[in-house]
Design a protein around this ligand. Sequence first.
Ligand SMILES: Cc1cc2nc3c(=O)[nH]c(=O)nc-3n(C[C@H](O)[C@H](O)[C@H](O)COP(=O)(O)OP(=O)(O)OC[C@H]3O[C@@H](n4cnc5c(N)ncnc54)[C@H](O)[C@@H]3O)c2cc1C
Length: 535
Amino acid sequence: MAEHDYVVVGAGSAGCVLANRLSADPSVRVLLLEAGGSDRNMNVRIPIGFAKQFRTDLDWAYTAEPDSNLIGRSMFLPRGRCLGGSSSMNAMIYMRGHRHDYDTWASELGAPGWSYDEVLPVFKRSEANTRLGEPYHGRDGELAVTDPVWVSKLAQRFVAAASQAAGVPVTDDFNGAEQDGAGVVQVTQRRGRRWSAADAFLHPVRERPNLEVRTGAQVRRVVVEGGRATGVQMLDGAVERARREVVVCAGAYNSPQLLMLSGIGPADHLRDTGIEPLVDHPHVGAHLQDHPMATLTFQCPEALTLFDATHPRYLAEYLLRRGRGKLTSNVGEAGCFVRIAPDAPAPDFYVYFGPAYYFDNGFRTYPGHAFTIAPSLVRPRSEGAVRLRSADPRDPPAIHLNFLSTREEMDSMVAAVRLAREIAGTAPLSHSAGTNIDPGPGVASDEQLEAWVRAEAQHVYHAACTCRMGPEDGGVLDEQLRVRGVDGLRVADASSFPRVPGGNTNAPAIMVGERAADFILGNVPAPAQPAGATP
Ligand SMILES: Cc1cc2nc3c(=O)[nH]c(=O)nc-3n(C[C@H](O)[C@H](O)[C@H](O)COP(=O)(O)OP(=O)(O)OC[C@H]3O[C@@H](n4cnc5c(N)ncnc54)[C@H](O)[C@@H]3O)c2cc1C
């Protein structure tokens, strides 16, 4: 039986940075446990290959429960299952969300200390941006953030067309002063290869003698004794002791699953599943959010897409010219933040652009050049839930998405689909846009568009909020990520967000990992005073 000071469960976006920061003190012993294996794989390393990981050993490959709002469909839910977690599988878009997201966390959602002004320095600390600097960007961190090595001509045409059709400026920084705008995204890559949280925070410190990283190590439950987390039990029954704390960083599906398997969760549900409740926590697994997305695809009469990217000459170019050419594309090359609701306090949609036919997670293919315009609702109100299917930790959790459950959300999705078509019909993109493949041109009325959204909408892989921070009567975690009712236990990952930010979720998960380290190490500035408050 080994003893460590800290046991971190899950080597994903948050877990990698946390393990790095905690083990920076050589007197502290850290154990990082990862259920998956190594990240040495071409489809991890070469950016365009991310979707080739789906349904392989690198993927938890979950399936959601049938969703009655989506004609009973069960969506495919990929999650990274190797060092780096989902940051080894994602589309590498570097996006933090809007100031409004974090200010709302702090002022309305019971997470004081998490306002934009308080989290901005933490984002900057992790970041090694190759172009942008102060006041919004860091250059000296470990997470490589860069302009893409290769951008399709179509992406540039999309930017011009989207700016015009949506009435937003062209931007070269979605993480700067203003989010509204159309532009090419920055990506977490270095020299044309993916730069995951493992590349940034874990591999460079693997030799530290006080950091033990174990792969193929799935945790079955947190051991709680006398109200305190004292360690974790592995699938084979072995126990790993934590002298100080256990930190769960297993992601938005697995962190609540692990808490519930440990007896921390809604008591009735736990009893129904045959688990003796230790702490009755109705909010564990609740409040699941993700960003619903509609993927419109268009034929392209010009050979300007990624359709031919599998040709060996592009692999040769990539390998011989050290990370150049089409294979460095993250597919989601450009986008546009826009406000569809007239009173939206921040952009309510992000419209993805990819110079490729990307439908049904890449499983459906098209035999020719095509591109995708995919509006996603970035401030959804619907909430789903993660529940246990059984007390067996090898069983996947039951994931109820409950997407688009309100009239307002559905109406705004239909309006966003219309905007996507308008963008495709605006010069200069219109010159490259042929038939609208999905939905077909005959799908035109509001009723038809709504039916199509229900039949085909997807998510953007941004699962969050299932162990959210919040007030005593609504949050699983306090504002320092501590699980209420259990000492020595924190959850730090995308499940900790009080509400899903209006942007992608890798950078925010890394920021949460950074902050978890700050809280544990006692490096915490006092929360900012609300405007107008007397000190
Ligand atoms: C296909 C895809 C594309 C995406 N594209 C983008 C994008 O372009 N930009 C962006 O910002 N975000 C993107 N995301 C989302 C983003 O990557 C995630 O939100 C983020 O990585 C989540 O970080 P996390 O730390 O919460 O969890 P994860 O990174 O998922 O880490 C959880 C880790 O815990 C491990 N684990 C789980 N259970 C156990 C257990 N019981 N015992 C031990 N280990 C366990 C997992 O194997 C995993 O390694 C994408 C995600 C996916 C899947």
